[in-house]
Ligand binder design. Structure first.
Ligand code: 5AD
Ligand code: SF4
Length: 484
């Protein structure tokens, strides 16, 4: 098991090995040497901070970056006032890019106070050539830039940047490599994301993900199961299987496997009590998967099923490969098979050419399905995607007005759905101390809703029966019953 490797046993007088992950452990040892040198000079250990901007897959990548830094001896800082700061960026919508550029200004100020500070940028935004050009031209204080495909080489790149005065950049167009067994620093001891695949081949016409995350690749099921067994042995009770389109998991493996078959195997792993997954694509949601969900004791009664639009005409231009009727049919099938299932979704408002009639179709689906919650987004033009050059971009004021109407509808439905559970006693996984009131714990129901209830820190990481005494719209206040 590589991640237990003692870096002191690595001989740095030898050439770095060519095979992975041994090569990365060699460079972790090199970084460690730098850390020890820093400590000797300044009488303290250097600090590091990884800031995540993106989705759950990015969050998982950030845990890997933090794991590598921790392994090499960096202390963890709570803020960006640190010696090594990494921004793991997102580029799915324009405001994600803007946020990063905005915060880079603050980092520049911090670097003026601490000139040896290392600033690294990675993630989806760095897969876009114009972004990297802009940073190279106008943000010269950045020390390291790398992308999504070579994230596993972070230790090597870090070793290079710690030893250099100039900006280090390495971006790859794509990769077919999946490097296993790098160190990971999990945010929670008792739950963990698990990447089961990367990339996306769907090319929805508005979406930049296939261009920045590359082609879809699934990990071998045995590797995934091995990772989950190890997590379970380490005290993890909830896993979230992650991919851009988990429903097409395993199709391109040498020996194809379905996502449903993978879930059946995960279910067998002792110690794992809750299984979640993200994100499903309606076009690939199989009857087999619905069956597995219905039969499972561990798969959470929650499905995130992005709708994007309720208009079949728009869905076609979005290249989603399902229509309104098919979506509604799926919802019916899911609710018949798993009656208490919570459904959540993503919806884009103001896609090019969206008319009032198209938008009304979306509202119609929202009224009929009554989602437990929905993430609503204003369409954001992403250069390089087919939708960016489509005629009929919707004027911002019209898009905003529709967005407001949609938001009201989804919030109302969400609150009504949540109210239906008021008074019930349900299992809650206690996740953390409540941020506002230290006497409360914050946890999640199987359907992913948040519950605050009185409890003590030693209860974190376990599942408790909690009575949902009061529904507060999107969360509950509860009281502890018996332990499960
Ligand atoms: N504009 C607005 N929303 C987008 N999404 C993806 N691309 C765009 C875009 N260009 C949304 C989709 C997706 C979610 C992760 O982000 O709804 O499901
Ligand atoms: Fe983007 Fe569509 Fe792939 Fe999701 S399925 S990441 S929306 S291209």
């Amino acid at each position: 098991m590589y991640d237990k490797t003692d870096l002191n046993t690595i001989d740095l007088s030898l050439e770095p090995p060519l095979e992975e992950p041994a090569r990365q452990y060699y460079f972790m040892a090199k970084c460690r040497e730098w850390v020890l040198g820093f400590e000797r000079k300044s009488g303290r250990r250097p600090t590091s901070k990884v800031v995540n901007f993106g989705c759950q897959m990015n969050a998982r990548d950030s845990e890997k970056l933090a794991g590598i830094l921790e392994k090499t001896g960096f202390m963890r800082a709570d803020t960006e006032e640190a010696d090594f700061v990494i921004y793991n960026t997102c580029t799915v919508r324009e405001n994600a890019d803007n946020k990063v550029f905005g915060r880079l200004g603050t980092l520049q100020q911090l670097k003026k106070k601490n000139p040896h500070m290392v600033i690294a940028l990675c993630g989806c935004m760095m897969q876009e050539k114009p972004v990297v050009e802009k940073i190279k031209a106008s943000y010269r204080f950045v020390d390291l830039i790398f992308g999504t495909h070579n994230l596993y080489r972070f230790a090597e790149l870090a070793a290079r940047v710690l030893d250099s005065d100039t900006m280090v950049t390495e971006m790859w167009e794509d990769t077919d490599r999946i490097v296993e067994e790098l160190p990971v620093r999990r945010k929670y001891a008792f739950k963990s994301g698990v990447n089961i695949m990367s990339g996306c081949d769907n090319f929805c016409s508005y979406c930049i993900v296939p261009y920045v995350r590359g082609r879809e690749r699934s990990r071998e099921p045995e590797e995934i199961l091995k990772e989950i067994r190890r997590l379970a042995a380490d005290g993890v009770i909830e896993v979230m299987l992650l991919g851009q389109n988990v429903n097409s998991y395993g199709k391109n493996l040498k020996e194809p496997v379905t996502f449903a078959a993978l879930l059946r195997e995960v279910e067998k792993i002792e110690g794992i009590q809750r299984i979640r997954f993200m994100t499903s694509h309606p076009k690939d949601l199989s009857d087999e998967l619905i069956g597995v969900m219905a039969d499972s004791r561990k798969i959470c009664r929650h499905l995130h099923l992005p709708l994007q639009s309720g208009s079949s005409r728009i869905l076609k231009i979005m290249n989603r490969r399902y229509d309104k009727e098919r979506y509604l049919e799926l919802v019916e099938k899911l609710r018949n098979a798993v009656p208490d299932i919570a459904l959540t979704t993503d919806i884009i408002v103001g896609f090019p050419g969206e008319t009032e009639e198209d938008f009304e179709e979306t509202m119609d689906v929202v009224r009929r399905v009554r989602f437990d919650s929905a993430f609503t987004f204003l369409y954001s033009k992403r250069t390089g995607t087919p939708a960016a050059v489509m005629d009929d971009q919707v004027p911002p004021d019209i898009a905003k007005e529709r967005f407001g109407r949609l938001l009201r509808e989804v919030q109302q439905a969400g609150a009504e759905k949540a109210a239906m559970l008021q008074g019930k006693t349900l299992p809650v996984l206690a996740e953390q101390i409540n941020e506002r009131d230290g006497r409360l714990l914050t946890g999640r129901l199987d359907n992913n809703s948040v519950v605050h209830f009185p409890g003590t820190p030693d209860m974190i990481g376990k599942i408790w029966n909690v009575q949902l005494s009061e529904c507060k719209g999107f969360y509950y206040l509860g009281t502890l019953n018996e332990p499960v």
